[in-house]
Ligand binder design. Structure first.
Ligand SMILES: NC(=O)c1ccc[n+]([C@@H]2O[C@H](COP(=O)([O-])OP(=O)(O)OC[C@H]3O[C@@H](n4cnc5c(N)ncnc54)[C@H](O)[C@@H]3O)[C@@H](O)[C@H]2O)c1
Length: 438
């Protein structure tokens, strides 16, 4: 994982790189355009893909050379948005991502598709010698996560995962405070997302595919199912074929910093319980309520999520709390603070008042990506970091799906003595799609 020192170094270099366009020598002309322009293409344009591209376009060296979406509505809307922002027309618009991979003048592919559509384009982009900015969670299965790390390493590509907290300084500051030892012995780390922004998902009848949508391509390697609005844009999050529910959606952002602050990888044991307690008969497949315990040698880590209610620990809709014997560090997107433990009215440490955020995490993350494309340094959220935390969320989800605790063996990337659980580690691709070989 990146150290704080590397983080500062990378950020400083990125700032220099952003301010001195055209004067910063490129590490390797083979990696980015000789003109110093960085030519990007976006696959999956509707929501987060566009947030990413829009931020990349805030940097003057970036040029958008292609857009790809299976839905004409969003493809055309984003083409107009790019033109409005840059004054330039995007030359290539595609519905098939393979045309982006084949396009020679693409330096960076941004992948903003649903989770089941991250692995194939990312691996193929690496194989074609392009760098990648891929949304989180890295992939929808553990097998795909492992494959994507392998591809990035084999083809020596920069693969930045969209966990932009990795570039937002207050997260790093909080992690270093946890590591300072001032909290004393940390016994428990609680991580939660309690969100009333995830309302019930009403059951709807299957319907016709909307005009202009290549639905078979949207499904891609996922099983064939009739079209239904409740599984489509945005809502795919709550169906196992495409994603991993609130656990995978928010868990990757937050559990990442639990692992980073505690300097641990995957646990040896996971146990989840939960279900559809809030919306028993709505359309979601993934649990609306989930509690997962990850076992480590010297402490426990928990994940706790609830859709549709919003009074998580400390009144926060998401966060992490590191419980030490001297104090508790509470961290979320807004900042961090430390509350001292008091024994008989005597505090065991000095409390730390609220430390705020910059509100520019995504901007810094994009800046770090551009810097790493030039220098070939490891990005702040390297593919291995994205893989480990995506796997962490999949462990929790597999445990709740099977209704039992599971022993994890990270060396073999498999569960110990549980064939059924190991079936859920694997990716199953619908013909004609094949899991790429690396
Ligand atoms: N980093 C963050 O903070 C953050 C925030 C939100 C979403 N995300 C991630 O971004 C990804 C997309 O989520 P979203 O909310 O933007 O979804 P969305 O449904 O709004 O957008 C996905 C887009 O991808 C398109 N698409 C689907 N399959 C495609 C294919 N094969 N080729 C080209 N286009 C295809 C869809 O038509 C749609 O336009 C998810 O993995 C999600 O977890 C990250």
């Amino acid at each position: 994982m990146n150290t704080r020192r590397e983080f500062i170094k990378n950020s400083a270099a990125a700032v220099a790189g952003a301010g001195l366009i055209g004067t910063v020598p490129l590490a390797s002309k083979a990696h980015v355009a000789a003109s110093d322009k960085i030519r990007v293409a976006l696959i999956g344009c509707r929501s987060m893909g566009w947030s990413n591209l829009r931020t990349f376009l805030d940097f003057p060296e970036v040029e958008c050379v292609a857009l790809c979406d299976v839905d004409d509505e969003w493809l055309n809307k984003r083409a107009a948005d790019v033109q409005e922002k840059t004054g330039k027309k995007v030359k290539k618009l595609y519905k098939d991502y393979r045309k982006v991979i084949d396009q020679k003048n693409v330096d960076l592919v941004i992948i903003g598709t649903p989770d089941h559509w991250h692995c194939l384009p990312a691996v193929e982009a690496c194989q074609a010698g392009k760098d990648v900015y891929v949304e989180k969670p890295l992939a929808n299965t553990i097998e795909e996560c492992d494959l994507m790390v392998k591809a990035a390493r084999k083809y020596n590509r920069i693969v930045q995962v969209g966990q932009w907290q990795r570039s937002d300084p207050h997260w790093e500051d909080a992690a270093r405070f946890v590591q300072s030892g001032k909290l004393g012995n940390i016994r428990t780390v609680k991580v939660w997302a309690w969100q009333d922004s995830k309302p019930t998902l009403p059951v709807l009848p299957d319907g016709p595919v909307p005009a202009g949508v290549d639905y078979d391509m949207w499904l891609g390697p996922a099983p064939k199912k009739p079209f239904n609005e409740y599984r489509f844009h945005y809502n795919f999050r709550f169906f196992w074929d495409y994603a991993g529910g609130l656990m995978a959606d928010w868990g990757v952002h937050l559990l990442d910093y639990a692992m980073e602050a505690m300097q641990v990888g995957l646990p040896s044991y996971v146990m989840s319980a939960g279900g559809k307690f809030g919306y028993p008969s709505d359309a979601m497949e993934t649990p609306d309520t989930l509690l997962t315990t990850y076992a480590y040698d010297k402490f426990t880590m928990t994940w706790d999520h609830a859709c549709g209610i919003n009074h998580g620990l400390y009144g926060k809709s998401h966060g992490l709390a590191f419980y030490g014997e001297n104090g508790t560090l509470i961290l979320d997107r807004g900042g961090w603070e430390v509350q001292a433990v008091e024994v008989k009215g005597v505090p065991r440490m000095e409390a730390v008042p609220k430390q705020g955020n910059t509100g520019k995490g995504l901007y810094f993350h994009v800046q770090n990506t551009l810097d790493c494309m030039r220098t070939r340094k490891t990005p702040n959220c390297d593919v291995k970091i994205g893989a480990d935390v995506a796997k962490m969320t999949h462990l929790g989800n597999i445990s709740v799906r099977l209704g039992r605790g599971l022993q994890w063996d990270d060396a073999t990337s498999s569960f110990k003595g549980d064939a059924e659980a190991n079936q859920l580690v694997k990716a199953y691709y619908r013909d004609p799609w094949k899991l790429p070989t690396v």
